[in-house]
Design a protein around this ligand. Structure first.
Ligand code: PBG
Length: 330
């Protein structure tokens, strides 16, 4: 017989109804953003080897997939384009008939209520795979910050002109939010919000994405522009700067290994915070589930709930469709 007083925490865990009543964090379909990859051509549907269930699709197929996404109640998609031709300056990123511009026009025509977010970056469009303009230096090469800004601004404006509802710069050049905001405003797109990839780490978790987007750097790496993942004060500074420059929402990326930064950002800033549950996080779960080592459905639920509990308002995730399906069934 126990004689000391026991605090009975288990009283409220006895039944699912009780647990539901005291649950502090719940996922909803409105939290989700689904990333999609679009390739040139027609009737293209290529599964990404390291991301089972994720496809690179041509515009016609993209429209069909987006209709399904909208039917599931997912409010937004984030688009990545793989261009026909790559060059040193990433020209197709800001071509009015580029892959993304065509995709956005088709989506806004077919599924007008679906929020279309476009990734603003050059890495999918440059022959060298870097996120900006590359310049040779005596000791190697450099990604030229200021020369890149103008191209990013042109990219954002051309995406907005095609109908993008939100632009999301992911390049990590300094000053880009300011330049993009000014360019949008000057060109009649003052109403288009910027979701800034503010705290974006130089992460190995992007591996599968680079296969999907064919955007791995041909030489060097991204550590001179993406953040050192060891730093959290710097992450907060990046966020503060992007907000000063005019970002409407900010993102922490990747998500799962950076919950501390999401939580700090939530405390410190009043704007909506998005977290990107990136390709490598998806691939790890898929691989373990395929081996029979993890229960995919339960793991996904746990991971996304944790990201929300840490403080994210929005979660960009390749699991969005399965989660939306499960939310429907509840
Ligand atoms: C482009 C970009 C990347 C991702 C989103 N935008 C890759 C990178 O920085 O190399 C990664 C997304 C993912 O891994 O799911 N700069």
């Amino acid at each position: 017989m126990v004689t000391f007083p026991i605090v009975r925490m288990r009283r409220l865990r006895r039944t699912e109804t009780l647990r539901q009543m005291v649950r502090e964090t719940t996922l909803t379909v409105h939290d989700l953003i689904y990333p999609m990859f679009v390739v040139p051509g027609e009737k293209q549907r290529q599964e990404v080897a390291s991301m089972p269930g994720v496809f690179r699709v041509s515009v016609d197929e993209l429209v069909r997939d987006a209709e399904e996404v909208a039917r599931l109640g997912i409010p937004a998609v984030l688009l990545f384009g793989i261009p026909e031709r790559k060059d040193e300056w990433g020209s197709e990123a800001y071509d009015e008939n580029g892959i993304i511009q065509r995709a956005v026009r088709a989506l806004k025509r077919a599924v007008p209520d679906l929020v279309v977010i476009t990734d603003v970056c050059l890495c999918e469009y440059t022959s060298h795979g870097h996120c900006g303009v590359v310049r040779e230096t005596p000791s190697g090469f450099e990604v030229d910050n200021d020369a890149t800004l103008e191209l990013l601004a042109k990219t954002a404006v051309s995406q907005a002109a095609a109908g993008a509802d939100i632009v999301a710069p992911s390049d990590m050049m300094d000053g880009r939010i300011k330049v993009i905001r000014e360019a949008l405003d000057e060109n009649g797109f003052a109403h288009v919000p910027i979701l800034s990839y503010a705290a974006k780490m130089a992460s190995a978790f992007y591996g599968p994405f680079r296969e999907a987007a064919e955007s791995a750097p041909k030489f060097g790496d991204r550590r001179s522009y993406q953040m050192d993942f060891a730093n959290k004060r710097e992450a907060l500074r990046e966020i503060a700067l992007d907000l000063e420059e005019g970002a409407d929402m900010v993102m922490v990326k990747p998500a799962l290994a950076y919950l501390d930064i999401i939580a700090l950002a939530r405390e410190r800033f009043e704007v909506p915070i998005a977290a990107y549950n990136v390709s490598g996080e998806y691939a790890m779960v898929k691989a373990a589930a395929k081996m029979g080592w993890l229960d995919e459905e339960r793991i996904v639920w746990e991971i996304l709930t944790a990201i929300k509990r840490a403080g994210a308002d929005l979660i960009i995730t390749y699991f969005a469709k399965e989660v939306a399906q499960r939310l429907r069934a509840q």
